[in-house]
Design a protein around this ligand. Structure first.
Ligand code: UD1
Ligand code: CA
Length: 447
């Protein structure tokens, strides 16, 4: 069935104590809103409406960065969850299919769970995602009658009997789009909070003879984030799952609890990841690579058999071909390193290409920035760059060329040539011996 997503994210998230809208706080390098969008993507939605209020402009930017086709609906006053859904009415006018309401601050709903809700929609007009809460606290309670969901009662409005119910409302609701907005129109705000509760649509629907049911999921899936402490717990939960998934996929993690993945990290089978490795967004690592301890990778690709680190930093646009070696204290940005090339020690390679089998000596720097513009360094195949070479870009070093250690290379080096660009050495015969004698004599006299 065609589905539209409505993702609520207008709340200000007071308990985050932040200038940034709550739904933009990140888990595993992506805003929690994007996690909710990724969950919803499991239903291949034809439309997605994000309801924003506080910081709507930045919320829109983040949502569109992930999916340019989403629509933003503005809720300028936060009058409750039904009112929030109501703001999506215009965007979804005439949409012939289901609408699914998700919260932007609830990032862990699994695709299987949403699929189960879709399946339940075949037999019921409204499907609510519920969970058995260990500590039901202030959650809305799902009140069943026979085999139907009869109504949802908010904690504030519940009797003691109703509060003793442990089946709780996650907030995720699915219904036919037209039906949903019909029901929303009928919701009032005569309750303890004076808010328009989305949860009221169940009672209204049942009174109209519509059917409603509950699909249950694990409590951990419905984890909502309201504070920095909850954000860090969500991060820990994400990481625990990502580590377990990597291991199940055949990745060796020497000390899993010290490796941090991003929401989109991809690592191939038989890759080894040593302790204290951090992945930022946009990293793919092929099979059989080794990421050694204390390395930081972001927006890069590491091919089969490559070895990275220890203490390496791969920044966006770093692409390592098969069997490349990048060693300690090396930083690589926006650079393609061809098969078998080595950058083993203390180097910065930025805005560059390095050909196959080339060796970049310790302390080499591509001087890519003139203070205004960035320039490119091109190094051919089988090149030997001597230690401590400064490659002042734009510059090209041809195939099988060499540079002498300590050279400042400002002109292109033709293939096969040796470039030496440093002061000539001069040796002064016996000078050291005479100088030492003089100095020691002075020390002995105590002056
Ligand atoms: C809601 C449910 C409750 C459920 C709980 C699960 C209602 C009335 N109650 O309560 O049954 O157990 O979630 O976490 O629906 N939002 C807006 N605009 C608004 C109000 C809220 O966009 O005017 C957004 C918030 O940003 C948030 C979500 O809706 O993402 C839920 O709102 P929140 O105020 O946290 O609802 P709860 O009181 O927790
Ligand atoms: Ca909440």
């Amino acid at each position: 069935m065609a589905t539209a997503l409505i993702i609520l994210g207008a709340g200000m998230g007071t308990r985050m104590n932040s200038d940034m809208p709550k739904v933009l706080h990140e888990i595993a390098g992506a805003p929690m809103l994007v996690h909710a969008m990724k969950s919803g993507a499991a239903l291949a939605p034809e439309r997605t409406v994000v309801v924003a209020g506080h910081g709507a402009a930045v919320v829109e930017k983040a949502a569109k960065a992930y999916d340019p086709d989403i629509t933003i609906a503005i809720q300028s006053e936060q009058l409750g969850t039904a009112h929030a859904v109501g703001q999506a009415r215009e965007a979804l006018d005439g949409f012939a299919g289901d609408a699914l309401v998700l919260y932007g601050d609830t990032p862990f709903i699994r695709s299987e769970t949403l699929a189960a809700m879709s399946a339940a929609r075949l037999t019921h007009d409204i499907v609510v995602l519920g969970f058995e809460a260990a500590h039901p606290g202030r959650y809305g309670r799902l009140i069943m009658k026979d085999d139907q969901l009869d109504r949802i009662v908010e904690f504030k409005d519940a009797t003691d009997d109703e509060r003793s119910v442990t089946l709780c409302n996650s907030g995720v609701i699915a219904a036919n789009n037209a039906t949903l907005f019909d029901l929303i129109s009928a919701v009032g705000n005569d309750n303890a909070a004076g808010e328009y509760y989305l949860t009221d649509i169940i009672g209204i629907a049942r009174a109209r003879g519509l059917s409603a049911t509950v699909v249950s999921c694990d409590e951990s899936e419905t984890l909502g984030i309201n504070s920095r402490a909850e954000l860090s717990r969500a991060e820990a939960l994400f990481q625990a799952q990502a580590r377990a998934a990597a291991q199940a996929d055949g990745v060796t993690l020497t000390a899993p609890e010290t490796v941090f993945f991003a929401h989109d990290t991809v690592v191939g089978r038989d890759t080894v990841i040593e302790p204290n490795v951090v992945f930022g967004p946009g990293v793919t690592v092929e099979s059989g690579a080794t990421i050694r301890a204390f390395s930081h990778l972001e927006g890069c690709h590491v091919s089969r058999g490559a070895v990275v680190g220890p203490y390496a930093r791969l920044r966006p646009g770093a692409e390592l071909a098969e069997h490349v070696k990048v060693g300690n204290f090396v930083e690589i940005k926006n650079a393609q390193i061809a098969e078998g090339a080595k950058v083993n020690h203390l180097s910065y390679i930025g805005d560059a290409t390095i050909g196959a089998r080339s060796n970049i000596g310790a302390g080499t720097i591509t001087c890519n920035y003139d203070g205004v513009f960035k320039h490119k360094t091109t190094i051919g195949d089988d090149v030997f760059i001597g230690s401590n070479t400064m490659l002042v870009a734009p510059v090209t070093v041809g195939d099988a060329a060499m540079t002498g250690s300590g050279s400042v290379v400002t002109k292109d080096v033709p293939a096969g040539d040796l470039a030496v660009a440093r002061a000539k050495q001069e040796n002064k015969a016996g000078f050291a011996v005479r100088l030492f004698e003089k100095l020691r004599a002075r020390k002995a006299k105590g002056s």
